[in-house]
Design a binder for this molecule. Structure first.
Ligand code: GDP
Ligand code: MG
Length: 178
């Protein structure tokens, strides 16, 4: 058995959506490379990374992660970006109420135009900045429950809940994907 090519490896397209600056690229870098670079510039050019995750039921998930190159500013381009995605990770910054409202816009967009079986995860990032919080955990929990989404607060900076985020997503994936 060769890792990554056996029949139990599920390839999964995962896109990140959310306002510019909420930490989407940092979440990806934390998950894939275990790093956080506070000096990193805004992503320029399309970015594509993959990371495999072994599940306890012996399945392996290969996340093919699409990180935006600032397309979040161009709503019209978004459908091209999330087409065929099995997973959408919608990110906001817990210190920025506007970014929470923008996250809700993306969720509606995905509900209308995303794949019917898409797994949506809502992430309140920058949980390390809780002293400057402007979005209550309770509001986000209620919103996520109403919309049948998985929700977690996390920090790409401290790594808090980043692996858990992807593990919970993997658990929610259907056994078979197109
Ligand atoms: P993107 O535009 O959504 O991809 O956001 P980036 O990943 O480029 O991050 C935007 C800024 O937020 C950068 O200055 C990061 O260093 C910072 N940042 C990202 N994640 C966190 C976090 O969890 N905590 C803190 N304190 N800062 C973060
Ligand atoms: Mg980015």
């Amino acid at each position: 058995e060769t890792a990554g090519t056996d029949s139990k490896t599920l390839r999964v397209k995962l896109v990140l959506l959310g306002d510019s600056g909420v930490g989407k690229s940092c979440i990806v870098l934390r998950f894939v490379r275990g790093q956080f670079d506070p000096t990193s510039k805004v992503t320029v050019g399309a970015s594509f990374l993959s990371q495999t995750l072994a599940l306890q039921d012996s399945r392996t998930i290969k996340f093919e992660i699409w990180d935006t190159a600032g397309q979040e500013r161009y709503a019209a381009l978004a459908p091209l970006y999330y087409r065929g995605a099995a997973v959408a990770v919608v990110v906001y910054d817990i210190t920025c109420l506007d970014s929470f409202h923008k996250a809700q816009y993306w969720v509606k967009e995905l509900q209308k135009h995303g794949s019917p079986d898409i797994v949506i995860a809502l992430v309140g990032n920058k949980a390390d900045l809780h002293e400057n919080r402007s979005v209550s955990t309770q509001d986000a929990v209620e919103y996520a429950e109403k919309n049948g989404m998985f929700f977690i607060e996390a920090s790409a900076k401290t790594a808090d809940n980043i692996n858990q985020l992807f593990e919970e997503i993997a658990k929610r994936l259907p056994q078979k994907l197109p």
